[in-house]
Write a protein that binds this ligand. Structure first.
Ligand code: AMP
Length: 302
């Protein structure tokens, strides 16, 4: 099945307790698409970059079977830029800079062939753009998921709530779920988010794993305990790419299959954090993914 991915292609500058990386490749759509490409080669990408974005990164996605017809290149513009700094506790990070640059003028026009994508992953992006993409879909979708972050809760809450009301799944981290609902208990936060629209909710808790809620049903998957988390940037997006990629591959949106998708997503995220940027996501193979999935099974079985 086809998967539409939308979000940012970006430059990131990252500082973690283990080192610094300046102007490396990042962006929600980059992580989602690389991750999902291990499950399906029927990915339709929609994003915008400036003339400064490296051609070889566009080619790297193309080589993974990602359809780039929906990529806009604004040759006189600058690519979205984000800088962040992680604390010793890497679940905590500060955003230092968010430069929207070309994202400010992004008005995605989905190619005709994208409009009937069965699965849709709206990555972290301006909620107005997420709404515009939802307006262009032909309504035949099997599952539409969206991600967001505190930045948009702060500056675009009305538009964000409008988008949330239109999707089947919201993926969000624990702090943002609390911010969005005013509820400290994640169970109460989940109940409020269900009332906002989504039937499914994934609450990501960084190194403490993630929770899947579906109107009364609940599932928990831990994160893989790792000796060293090098750079957590993109873990949430990589999770979302693995999760939606697996669902698009298996074309089964039952709660039981979603549990497996959650574990595949968590396995992909556990690779992402092992190196800076998308470096680890570029070198994976199916055998490594299957072994990590099995390691999760062992971790969770009792
Ligand atoms: P994550 O660690 O999964 O939250 O994703 C981090 C990635 O999201 C980075 O590579 C950033 O380029 C990108 N990013 C950061 N802030 C935003 C934002 N406000 N909107 C869209 N993408 C963002």
């Amino acid at each position: 099945m086809s998967l539409l991915t939308i979000g940012t292609l970006a430059f990131d500058s990252i500082e973690t307790p283990h080192g610094k990386a300046d102007m490396v490749i990042g962006g929600s759509c980059t992580y989602i698409s690389h991750s999902a490409s291990y499950f399906t080669n029927n990915i339709n990408l929609s994003a915008i970059v400036g003339g400064d974005f490296p051609q070889e990164e566009i080619k790297a996605l193309e080589d993974k079977g990602v359809n780039m017809e929906g990529l806009q290149i604004k040759s006189d513009g600058k690519t979205f830029f984000w800088a962040g700094k992680y604390h010793e506790d890497m679940n905590q990070r500060d955003t230092l800079v968010t430069d929207l640059n070309v994202l400010d003028d992004f008005d995605p026009q989905l190619p005709e062939s994208y409009k009937s994508s069965e699965y849709v992953m709206l990555g972290n992006l301006t909620p107005d753009i997420q709404n515009s993409v939802l307006d262009q879909l032909d309504g035949s979708q099997k599952l539409v998921a969206m991600d967001t972050m505190n930045f948009w809760i702060d500056i675009a809450l009305d538009s964000l709530k409008k988008a949330i009301a239109r999707v089947d799944i919201l993926t969000i981290n624990d702090e943002e779920a609390r911010m969005l609902t005013g509820e400290y208990s994640l169970v109460n936060a989940a109940a409020k988010i269900h009332k906002m629209g989504p039937k499914f909710l994934v609450i990501k808790k960084g190194e403490h794993g993630c929770l899947l809620f579906n109107e009364g049903n609940m599932f928990f998957a831990p994160a893989m305990p790792l000796a060293q988390v090098f750079d957590p940037t993109g873990a949430g997006d990589t999770f979302a790419g693995g999760f939606m990629g697996y669902l698009a591959k298996t074309d089964d949106i039952s709660f039981d299959n979603m549990k497996k998708a959650i574990v595949y997503g968590s396995a992909m995220a556990s690779f992402c954090v092992e190196e800076f940027s998308i470096d680890r996501l570029k070198t994976l193979d199916q055998d490594q993914i299957d072994k990590r999935f099995e390691a999760f099974r062992m971790l969770m079985a009792f």
